[in-house]
Write a protein that binds this ligand. Structure first.
Ligand code: BG6
Length: 485
């Protein structure tokens, strides 16, 4: 008889956490690094909203040995981080910057010495600014060749120490929030089709990066890191259920089908074509994509989403996802609307964070089961976490029981998925340490390690262990068996 007992996390499961280069490193103009588009975008966000710039961030560039020691103390088995393209190639192409190249060797060596497996993301929103100036960045096809050159350099340089490669972070989120994630000249911001054109360039680029890993890293594995939110229908009315399927097709399957099957999801592509939003595909592009599919999928899961039917009778206009800048519940500036396909909406059954992100551990289980059933490929969680205001007490502590509650429920959801047969490699929540949020400065915190700074004042960026630090230490030590405080 088959063993039906719950098994939980396998031996060798990669417990860890994640960050991205521009959100933690700082040293934005040091040791030969030149600006990335995020240095420019975040400078603008500081001027407009008062959110911190990326100039110092969490100052990890200068604190990385201390940070790796703290990760070791928590018991990390893995650390997912990204490499800043403009630290390696300050102008995007040309000669590599020796000090930048050395920085990541030093970081990887420190991790290896601490027994921590590096999971490296090649690209996390921070295109070298020089390429924006030269040809408008991801809008131009030239970026495909330049990314391929950069990816090949990375795998040749670090491939002997790095087995796990995630190529491009969150294409789905880049499509939705493109001006936060990419520099888009003001005069082009009304051209919705360019969102999907950028995404297409990324699809070809990330397929070439998979190819580079497969060719150059013995035993190496590659796949994208995707921002993924499963979509529920608002009601059981057939038209709402259909809308949820449409939203699932355009917001999720449109990416996962490319990564694993090598083609664009038909219903989504037809909708885009009918609405003048479809990307221009050059001969040979789809062959490259189909020949270089992914080994696994890295998932960034924060929330589920909800959709309802949206008529195409002129009563609703095309609209992209809104954002909550204030951190006051309910301040979200709107929901994505694709007339004739779906309209996103709030799920009345779920509580949200202060930034209006639905809290839904069951959604994570739903996502993992669904993706594994459909593609049968190993999965990792490379982001999951609660953005919250944390308070540093006068005696230097951070009591973030709300974060522990959030994370423990999500870990329990992963465990249930594993018990139902899903192959999971890693859990790397967001984030190892507090960092610069992509949309809300540094006051919205995610880390196990508190960074003592404000949006206006980077201070010394002192590192302070939160309550969740000690809790996660216990979770890892028991291989996920002990989830309570
Ligand atoms: C993911 C990104 O979308 O969400 C991260 O990969 C980001 O870079 C995280 O920080 C949380 O979003 P935010 O806007 O709260 O920083």
């Amino acid at each position: 008889m088959a063993d039906t007992k719950a098994k939980g996390f396998p031996e060798g499961f990669l417990w860890g956490a994640s960050t991205s280069a521009y959100q933690v490193e700082g040293a934005a103009y040091e040791d030969g690094k030149k600006p990335s588009q995020q240095d420019i975008i975040n400078k603008d966000s500081y001027e407009r909203f008062g959110f911190a710039t990326a100039e110092v961030a969490s100052d990890m560039y200068h604190h990385f040995r201390e940070d790796v020691a703290l990760m070791k103390e928590m018991g990390f088995k893995a650390y997912r981080f990204s490499i800043a393209w403009s630290r390696i190639f300050p102008d995007g192409t040309g000669d590599p910057n020796p000090k930048g190249v050395q920085f990541y060797h030093d970081l990887i060596d420190a991790l290896k010495e601490a027994g921590i497996e590096p999971i490296v993301t090649m690209y996390h929103y921070d295109l070298p600014w020089a390429l924006c100036e030269k040809y408008n960045g991801w809008i131009s096809r030239q970026v495909i060749e330049d990314f391929d050159n950069y990816a090949r350099f990375l795998v040749k340089e670090y491939g002997s120490d790095v087995k796990y490669w995630t190529t491009i972070n969150e294409q789905s989120i880049i499509v939705q929030y493109w001006t936060q994630k990419c520099y888009i000249p003001a005069e082009l911001q009304h051209v919705g089709q360019l969102r999907y054109q950028i995404n297409h360039h990324m699809n070809v680029a990330q397929a070439l990066a998979n190819k580079a890993v497969h060719e150059l890293v013995p035993g190496g594995v590659a796949g994208a890191a995707l921002g993924y939110a499963p979509v529920y229908p608002l009601t059981s009315k057939p038209e709402d259920v259909m809308a949820a399927q449409n939203a699932q097709a355009l917001r999720n399957d449109y990416y996962t089908d490319i990564y694993f099957k090598g083609f664009y999801t038909k219903a989504a592509q037809i909708y885009l074509e009918e609405h003048g939003l479809a990307p221009k595909v050059e001969p040979g592009d789809m062959d490259i994509i189909a020949a270089n599919t992914s080994d696994f999928l890295a998932l960034n899961y924060y929330a589920s989403e909800c959709a309802k039917w949206c008529p195409d009778d002129g009563s609703k206009m095309l609209r992209w996802s809104g954002v909550n800048r204030s951190g006051k519940k309910g301040d979200i500036s709107g929901f994505e609307t694709q007339p004739g396909f779906y309209e996103m909406c709030k799920n009345p059954n779920l509580d949200t964070t202060d930034w209006d992100w639905a809290i839904d551990p069951r959604g994570m289980e739903y996502m993992l089961r669904d993706l594994y059933n459909r593609y049968n490929k190993p999965l990792m969680i490379t982001e999951n976490g609660l953005g919250a205001y944390d308070t540093l007490t006068p005696d230097g502590q951070v009591h973030d029981d709300y974060r522990i509650d959030y994370l423990s429920k999500h870990i329990a959801a992963i465990k249930r998925s594993i018990d139902k047969g899903v192959e999971m490699w890693a859990y790397c929540p967001w984030s190892a340490l507090d960092l610069l949020s992509t949309s809300n400065g540094v006051k919205k915190r995610y880390g196990f390690i508190y960074i003592d700074r404000t949006d206006d004042d980077p201070k010394e960026c002192e590192r302070i262990r939160k309550d969740s630090f000690y809790w996660y230490q216990k979770v890892i030590a028991t291989n996920g068996a002990e989830l309570s405080l």
